[in-house]
Design a binder for this molecule. Structure first.
Ligand code: NAG
Ligand code: NAG
Ligand code: NAG
Ligand code: NAG
Ligand code: NAG
Ligand code: NAG
Ligand code: NAG
Ligand code: NAG
Ligand code: NAG
Ligand code: NAG
Ligand code: NAG
Ligand code: CU
Length: 601
């Protein structure tokens, strides 16, 4: 053991050498950016209340990854959570050629066990704003997330001007742990997680500590003083916004300032000006804001919950005009933001977002296959679940990518899930007469490079007069957003209204209450990919589907992805045949991989 630890030091030295070599190569060449991340629980007071949070190298939210188009990003994740697995998803990165680095526990890899180190390697193959977050159970809720900022290669400029570039991570915060939440959600009687206690801007919020012991909640703790964005009068700022909420859909606004939306999920948007931006969990946007108001005072930046009846106070930050003191509160009341139930205006923003002229990627005119997914809340043996076409997904203990690539049988149900629902006889406005559904591990297998349409159809939940928003996120691809509508999708009426001229491409899109959303994508990335609701509790309750395409084209999956379910036997076999007689754990495999990689460095 001592030997291994000693060698780990050696490995880190080698890594540092690599970074050095990378930095000394010319600026035009794509480089390898190496990060070593220690993931651990720490006591934090993000909203003034002391609570365990997951930190990366001590930070919650984690550090921003800044890369240049074409760079290779290497992240060594050291799991120091002591008693909990971890897996990290690189949200918006398509992982072309590296589907095993997608970070989806149970889909592309076995989770990283405590004490182990796992290496993610992938290429930042498109400029834009992305994010990363845990994809293990409901772990994201504990604060394991951050931003990825990929800039254009040297010599290429953005089609808009700005003076400075800033990142803003939006999230919601619960005082209960993810264990309490997960247990409540999987209990009879069902215990809903409720609304979050706080909204955070760059990891800072402000809970009302009144009545709580100062050792638990201390409103003067500097950790929870509001985050500030300092601006210089007359300058224009590109704000990169990323929503990493567990539950909440948000509206973002800066008092008295308008913003111009220019980027969504890494794609240029035909610019439009707005007072507030609706942003759903899993989405990123860039907005341009010019500091052109009275510079003698500060202004509020605020976020508020929309699309659900809010019980959480607005999240606040300070838009600080230099040289005013950055903690000087604005003399006004914070803007309340739009009404939570103004669904019309939320839908309107969705319809307004189009690809920017000059940057339009035209979608194929026709699709090869249409999959309609009815989103319903259900019961299975008395447990509350979410389902698509009456199927609530449960992940097998063996990751799909490995099972399919290695021709394992009996890992998942081979019967394909339904492609449609009984649309004629289903009333999306009322509670289903029979809410029972089935749970299944079955997946959609897509012909490689075929064009697939997805129609997301919303419906009433199990509560009368209630339909919830669901932000759907696709791994491994971007899709074209062909249309949104209210009510039930009608193919003979709605298909001809698809936007095939200038649809935006995205990786996350809202499905509005009682509405539908139509998407098209090309299944041109070999691998196994999740498509799921980005609300943590809905995902946990089965609101996901899995797409496979071209898995036979996937290269050799790193051994470090193995080690759970049926993949255990493969690890054992491959090393019994070699000269390693002792049992190798994933850490040691990784360690050996590192040595191999660094002989090439
Ligand atoms: C994004 O990356 C660019 C180039 O490295 C940098 O100038 C900018 O400050 C970064 N922005 C954020 C929000 O991290
Ligand atoms: C905090 O809560 C106390 C007690 O409920 C209330 O009196 C007070 O107004 C609250 N403070 C704020 C800033 O909301
Ligand atoms: C609250 O936080 C402030 C600032 O860190 C500190 O000075 C004070 O002692 C704390 N109060 C208590 C009761 O812990
Ligand atoms: C829809 O949104 C656009 C862009 O924000 C705005 O200009 C327009 O007034 C909105 N229309 C309605 C009906 O709200
Ligand atoms: C899985 O089966 C395919 C088709 O029969 C074959 O080409 C491939 O080599 C097999 N893969 C493994 C790992 O056995
Ligand atoms: C439930 O049954 C009633 C009576 O048959 C029908 O009117 C209603 O539309 C059904 N509800 C759903 C959700 O299909
Ligand atoms: C789901 O299955 C139940 C029981 O078979 C059935 O009554 C219900 O109509 C189905 N719902 C949908 C949306 O197909
Ligand atoms: C669940 O699956 C069983 C067996 O495949 C089937 O008979 C039943 O109709 C399904 N129930 C629902 C609600 O889909
Ligand atoms: C996928 O199909 C498109 C045409 O629809 C073609 O241009 C492209 O080369 C194909 N890609 C692959 C990887 O086969
Ligand atoms: C549902 O909404 C309709 C129309 O808005 C209303 O008539 C009805 O009373 C509501 N039902 C419940 C249970 O709230
Ligand atoms: C679908 O739209 C067509 C054309 O507008 C219309 O004739 C038909 O009645 C609609 N079907 C349903 C079920 O609403
Ligand atoms: Cu959802």
């Amino acid at each position: 053991m001592v030997g291994i630890l000693h060698c780990q030091g050696l490995v880190i030295m080698l890594l540092v050498t690599c970074i050095f070599i990378a930095l000394t190569t010319g600026p035009a060449a794509a480089i390898e950016r190496h990060y070593i991340w220690e993931v651990s629980y720490q006591y934090k007071s993000l909203d003034c209340c002391k609570k365990l949070a997951i930190a990366i190298n001590g930070l919650t939210p984690g550090p921003t990854i800044s890369a240049v188009h074409g760079d290779t990003i290497v992240v060594d994740v050291i799991n120091n959570l002591l008693m909990e697995n971890v897996a990290i998803h690189w949200h918006g990165i398509r992982q072309r050629g590296t589907p095993w680095s997608d970070g989806a526990d149970g889909v592309t890899q076995c989770a990283i066990m405590p004490g182990e180190t796992y290496r993610y390697t992938f290429v930042a193959d498109r400029a834009g704003t992305y994010m990363y977050h845990s994809h293990y159970g409901m772990q994201k809720e504990a604060g394991l997330y951050g931003m990825i900022n990929v800039s254009l290669p040297l010599g290429v400029s953005e089609p808009f001007n700005y003076d400075f570039d800033r990142g803003i991570i939006l999230s919601d915060w619960y005082h209960h742990t993810s264990y309490e939440q997960a247990t409540g959600l999987s209990s009879i009687p069902f215990e809903w997680i409720g609304e979050p206690q706080s909204l955070l801007i760059n990891g800072r919020g402000n809970y009302n500590c009144s009545g709580l012991a100062p050792s638990v909640c201390n409103s003067t703790n500097p950790q929870c003083s509001p985050s500030t964005l300092t601006v210089i009068s007359g300058k224009t700022y590109r704000l990169r916004l990323a929503s990493l909420t567990s539950l909440s859909s948000l509206s973002f606004q800066i008092e008295d300032h308008e913003m111009t939306v220019v980027e969504a999920d890494g794609h240029y948007v035909e610019p439009f000006v707005t007072k507030n931006l609706y942003i759903y969990s899993g989405e990123t946007y860039s907005v341009l804001v010019t500091a052109n108001k009275d510079p003698s005072r500060n202004y509020w930046t605020s976020i508020n919950v929309v699309a659900r009846k809010p019980k959480t106070p607005n999240g606040l930050a300070i838009f600080n005009y230099y040289p005013n003191h950055f903690h000087e509160f604005p003399p006004t009341n914070p803007p309340p933001g739009p009404l939570w139930n103004d669904i019309q205006s939320q839908m309107n923003q969705s319809l307004t977002i189009k690809a920017r002229q000059g940057f339009i990627v035209s979608p194929p005119k026709k699709s090869d296959r249409v999959i309609v997914l009815l989103n319903t809340q259900n019961k299975i043996n008395g447990y509350v679940r979410w389902s698509l076409n009456n199927v609530s997904h449960s992940l097998p203990s063996t990751p799909y990518l490995i099972a399919l690539r290695d021709n394992m049988t009996d890992v998942f149900d081979p019967t394909p899930p339904p492609e449609d629902y009984d649309s004629e006889n289903y009333d999306i406005y009322s509670v289903s007469n029979n809410t029972n559904a089935n749970s299944s591990t079955s997946i959609y297998r897509l012909q490689f490079n075929s064009t697939v349409d997805i129609i997301l159809q919303n419906a009433n939940s199990m509560r009368a007069n209630c339909s919830e928003v669901h932000p759907w996120h696709l791994h491994g691809h971007d899709f074209w957003v062909l249309g949104y509508g209210e009510g039930k999708f009608n193919s003979s009426r709605d298909i001809e209204k698809y936007n095939l001229v200038d649809p935006i491409m995205k990786n996350t899109v809202p499905l509005h209450p009682y509405g539908w959303t139509a998407l098209r994508f090309q299944a041109d990335n070999p691998g196994v990919w999740l498509f799921h609701c980005h609300i943590e509790a809905h995902l946990f309750l089965g609101m996901l589907v899995v797409f496979e395409s071209g898995v036979e084209k996937v290269g050799i999956i790193p051994m470090s992805n193995y080690g759970c379910g049926k993949t255990k036997s493969l690890i054992k076999r491959s090393f019994d045949n070699g000269f390693f007689k002792y049992r190798l754990n994933k850490f040691m495999i990784h360690f050996l991989n590192t040595l191999v990689k660094h002989t090439q460095c």
